[in-house]
Design a protein around this ligand. Structure first.
Ligand code: HEC
Length: 106
């Protein structure tokens, strides 16, 4: 009997070579860009109108909501900060993130 050609095995091999790489690619976690660093964000966004001590003196004294409100006031005064950067900065400031503390010590 002729057994050399086995369609099921051929199909399996084909399926594996075609779909395995894709399945593996899908299994990788999506690479998210890291959030912008707190220190440079503060330096770039918050010292064009006043020196940083104005901001730094309030570290540890405002909640995240408080910082959000402050940032909104700054925007009313003319600051232009993207929505993402606003949210990131509010987190950074509310947590007194190390990058913020370092920027404040400069
Ligand atoms: C467009 C100009 C401008 C920019 C940019 C700006 N500020 Fe201000 N900020 C002001 C003005 C005007 C005042 C009020 C006058 C003053 O006290 O110097 C102020 C005061 C403050 C104060 C003290 C008063 C309070 O509400 O506690 C803080 C804190 C502050 N800013 C934080 C920030 C932060 C954080 C950023 C960056 C996200 C920022 N500012 C960016 C204009 C600006």
């Amino acid at each position: 009997m002729f057994t050399g050609f086995r369609p099921s095995r051929l199909f399996l091999t084909l399926a594996l070579t075609l779909f395995l790489p894709q399945a593996l690619a899908l299994a990788q976690p999506p690479v998210e860009p890291p959030p912008p660093e707190c220190g440079p964000l503060l330096e770039n966004q918050c010292q064009s109108c006043h020196y940083l001590p104005r901001v730094c003196s309030k570290l540890g004294k405002k909640s995240r909501r408080g910082w959000q409100a402050t940032i909104r006031v700054m925007i009313r005064r003319g600051a232009t900060i993207s929505a993402e950067d606003q949210a990131r900065l509010a987190d950074c400031l509310a947590q007194s993130e190390p990058g913020i503390v370092a920027a404040c010590k400069k």
